[in-house]
Design a protein around this ligand. Structure first.
Ligand SMILES: [Zn+2]
Length: 316
C-alpha cells in the first residue's frame, strides 16, 4: 500500500486475516495511471505525486506530508488534491448515465403471478381496481389484503421479477454492518445491510425494489462483493427500523451548486482531515467520500475510524 511504503515497513500482526486496507477497483485504476509516469515513480522510496498534471517536480520531496491519500495515491499539495478530486468527481458524474443503463426491463408483477398460476385474472383485476381506487399501495399489498396470495408468495414473485434471491433476517448484524455506508443511504434508499459471509460477501436486503446503483457504490467503496435480494415486507420494516438505531460513521452533508463546487468542498475536506486512505463513489444524485483515519483490520472499518461526507449537487 502506498501509505505504508512511505512510512517504512509495518509488519502485519500475526494471524491477520485481512490486508490493512483492501485495494479496490478505484485503487487499481490509480495504480495503472501511475505506471504512465515512468521514471518519476520510485516505488518503496519516494512516492511521486499522483496528480498527472503536478507541476512541482522534485520540489515535493522537501514537503513534509505523508497524507492525505486519495484513491491509493498521494498528492504533494492542496492544489494537487483539488486537481485529482475534480477528475474523480467528473468520472463519477459522467458514469451516472451508464450506471442507469443497466436497468433491465422487468415483467409486471401481476402478469408474472398470473403466468405462474399463482393468481387468477379475476383476482388481478380486483387488486388493480382496489389499488386504483385507493391511489396508493403496491399491487402485492392489495393481493395479500384481498387474500388472493400470501405475503411470502408476493416476495417470491418480486424475486423472480428482479432475478434475485429472497434473503432471510437470520444472523442480521445491524451493529457490525453499520460501518458499511452512511445512515442516510440506509434511510433514503431503503437498504438493509444484513450480514457478511466469508468476510468478503455482503448480503444487502431491500423491501420491493433493488438498488443496483447503491450496491455498486458499496462494492467499489468497501471492496466487498454485494449480493442484493428481497426481504419479506413485514420482516423488513422492523429490521430496517432497528438498523437505523445502530451507531453509524459520522457523516457531514454538503450541498454544492455544481460538480466543480462539489470537488472543491470534497478536496478541502480531504486536506483538512488528512486521511490515510479515501475514496469517492457516486450514488444516484450524490457523491460519497469516505476517509479512513486509521488502518482497517477487518472487512469493514472499525466504528469511529472513518468519516463520511455526502455531497449533493444542486438542481440534480
Ligand atoms: Zn503534486
Amino acid at each position: 500500500m502506498p501509505f505504508l511504503n512511505r512510512r517504512g515497513p509495518v509488519p502485519e500482526p500475526p494471524g491477520e486475516r485481512y490486508p490493512v486496507l483492501m485495494e479496490t477497483a478505484l485503487d487499481a485504476q490509480n495504480a495503472t495511471a501511475r505506471k504512465g509516469l515512468g521514471a518519476r515513480f520510485r516505488p518503496g522510496m519516494l512516492e511521486v505525486c499522483a496528480n498527472p498534471g503536478c507541476g512541482s517536480g522534485w520540489l515535493h520531496l522537501w514537503r513534509s506530508r505523508s497524507a492525505p491519500i486519495f484513491e491509493g495515491g498521494w498528492s504533494c499539495s492542496a492544489e494537487c488534491t483539488a486537481a485529482r478530486m475534480l477528475a474523480a468527481v467528473s468520472r463519477e458524474l459522467d458514469g451516472r448515465v451508464s450506471a442507469g443503463e443497466g436497468h433491465r426491463h422487468r415483467i409486471p408483477l401481476g402478469l408474472l403471478m398470473l403466468r405462474q398460476g399463482w393468481i387468477t385474472q379475476d383476482q388481478l383485476r380486483m387488486a388493480l381496481k382496489a389499488q386504483r381506487a385507493a391511489g396508493t399501495g403496491r399491487l402485492g399489498y392489495w393481493l395479500v389484503r384481498q387474500r388472493a396470495v400470501s405475503e411470502p408468495t408476493v416476495t417470491r414473485a418480486l424475486s423472480l421479477q428482479w432475478s434475485c434471491p429472497v434473503l432471510s433476517l437470520e444472523k442480521h448484524d445491524a451493529v457490525g454492518l453499520a460501518a458499511v455506508m452512511p445512515r442516510l443511504f440506509v434511510e433514503a434508499f431503503g437498504a438493509l445491510p444484513l450480514r457478511l459471509a466469508a468476510g468478503r460477501l455482503m448480503y444487502l436486503g431491500f423491501e420491493a425494489n433493488l438498488d443496483p446503483v447503491l450496491a455498486l457504490a458499496i462494492e467499489r467503496m468497501t471492496g466487498l462483493r454485494v449480493e442484493s435480494g428481497l426481504v419479506q415486507e413485514s420482516l423488513f420494516r422492523p429490521a430496517h427500523a432497528r438498523m437505523l438505531e445502530a451507531r453509524f460513521p459520522s457523516v457531514e452533508l454538503v450541498e454544492a451548486v455544481s460538480g466543480a463546487a462539489a470537488a472543491h468542498a470534497l478536496a478541502r475536506a480531504v486536506e483538512r482531515a488528512r486521511p490515510i486512505a479515501s475514496r469517492l463513489a457516486g450514488v444516484h444524485n450524490c457523491l460519497w467520500l469516505r476517509m479512513w483515519m486509521r488502518p482497517q483490520h477487518g472487512p469493514l472499518p472499525e466504528s469511529g475510524s472513518v468519516l463520511d461526507l455526502v455531497c449533493s449537487i444542486g438542481g440534480q
